[in-house]
Design a protein around this ligand. Structure first.
Ligand SMILES: NC(=O)c1ccc[n+]([C@@H]2O[C@H](COP(=O)([O-])OP(=O)(O)OC[C@H]3O[C@@H](n4cnc5c(N)ncnc54)[C@H](O)[C@@H]3O)[C@@H](O)[C@H]2O)c1
Length: 341
């Protein structure tokens, strides 16, 4: 374990709680939690014996007593929080997605590079042992080539209404999709080349989100073609009826020689010819894995699992998906055109 860090966690929601838990379990100390909802922050602080709570994330980000900051705020605040923390000389770990736009991503990256601090981004799901296994099987030619990776995410209208706000987390294609886009390119060992997507809003008439001025696309079918010739597809909806019971399909990967099916953090089944093998994946707290690697990087040992390059790649895929939905055409993914600085 690296030297004990003192940390500020910005946001006391679902991810804020995961980060406070993981930092504490790793032997570091969370000194301050920031959230507009101070009752929520107080409750989290009490559970993990955190000294201080504030409603002001910028104040917590520049707290003189902390060395590292976890940004677990809504997407629109990733840039201002990261910039504030970096300018105060703190190492910054920001939840995914990186940012809403490349202009925001540039501001974050410049602030981090100018400050010379470490930066990490929360793609913890991609650290699951099942991802490594799929990547190895693919590299060993167990599936042959080309491969088709098919993912599926079906949910009722999200209880966190900001997920449906085009100016908030902007629906599943921005908020959740990036986990899949990263998974596919990791397994294929190849970068995305083009995207074709169709999108709809299924939850148009739902009273729970009627207060939102601009609804995000909540339902889509996305196809991403990779330089390797492999294909990733996602069928996603966050616009389904309350209490919706249809189970999502497990991830499926097929090729001319074989396939795999399952969930990368719990169990995968490998199919080769007529042979079927089940591979249970041991449970792991992936937030501890990612923040442990980040702390090691701060201590000068290794690098954070993911940083700006990966965040920018996912942003480029996301932008291409929206451009394809708007134009009805296949769109090239051009993240290299958006290099920072
Ligand atoms: N890595 C993952 O698997 C994963 C999973 C879920 C969410 N996320 C990401 O984590 C981030 C946070 O999501 P979440 O699910 O924890 O959301 P959440 O709604 O549960 O929590 C966000 C918190 O931020 C607080 N907040 C909002 N505006 C604020 C402000 N101006 N100042 C201070 N506090 C403010 C809210 O009160 C809330 O408690 C998002 O970017 C989301 O995409 C990542």
């Amino acid at each position: 374990m690296s030297e004990g860090l003192t940390v500020a966690v910005l946001g006391a929601g679902e991810m804020g709680a995961c980060h406070v838990e993981a930092w504490t379990a790793l032997g570091h100390r969370v000194a301050v939690i920031a959230d507009l909802d101070t009752d929520r922050a107080e409750a989290l602080a009490e559970r993990y014996r955190v000294d201080r709570v504030t409603a002001d994330f910028e104040r917590a980000a520049s707290d003189p007593g902390v060395q590292a900051v976890s940004v677990c705020l809504p997407l629109a605040l990733h840039a201002p929080a990261t910039v504030a923390a970096a300018r105060a000389g703190k190492h910054v770990f920001t939840e995914k997605p990186l940012a809403r736009t490349f202009a925001e991503a540039d501001r974050m990256q410049r602030a981090v590079e100018e400050a010379g601090v470490q930066f990490g981004i929360g793609f913890q799901r991609n650290l699951a042992q099942g991802v490594t296994l799929l990547r190895e099987w693919a590299a060993q030619g167990r599936f042959g080539r080309p491969m088709v990776f098919s993912s599926d995410l079906l949910m009722e209208v999200r209880p966190k209404r900001a997920m449906h706000d085009r100016n908030g987390n902007n629906g599943p294609l921005t908020d959740g999709g990036c986990h899949y886009y990263l998974l596919w390119q990791t397994v294929f060992r190849s970068l995305p080349r083009t995207v074709y997507a169709q999108g709809r809003i299924l939850a148009l008439d739902r009273p729970e989100i009627a207060h939102l001025e601009h609804l995000a696309i909540d339902t889509a079918v996305v196809t991403v073609a990779y330089e390797s010739g492999d294909i990733g597809t996602l069928t996603v909806s966050w616009g389904l009826a309350q209490g919706f019971q249809m189970a999502r399909r497990p991830d499926r990967l097929i090729g001319p020689r074989g396939g795999a099916e399952g969930t990368v953090h719990s169990c995968l089944t490998l199919y080769e010819g007529d042979r079927v093998e089940t591979h249970p994946i041991p449970p792991q707290d992936l937030h501890r894995v990612e923040l442990g690697r980040f702390a090691e990087a701060i201590a000068g040992r290794g690098r954070p699992a993911y940083g700006f390059a990966t965040g920018r790649q996912m942003l480029a895929v996301t932008e291409a998906i929206f451009a394809s939905i708007a134009s009805g055409r296949e769109v090239a993914v051009r993240w290299e055109d958006y290099r920072c600085c």
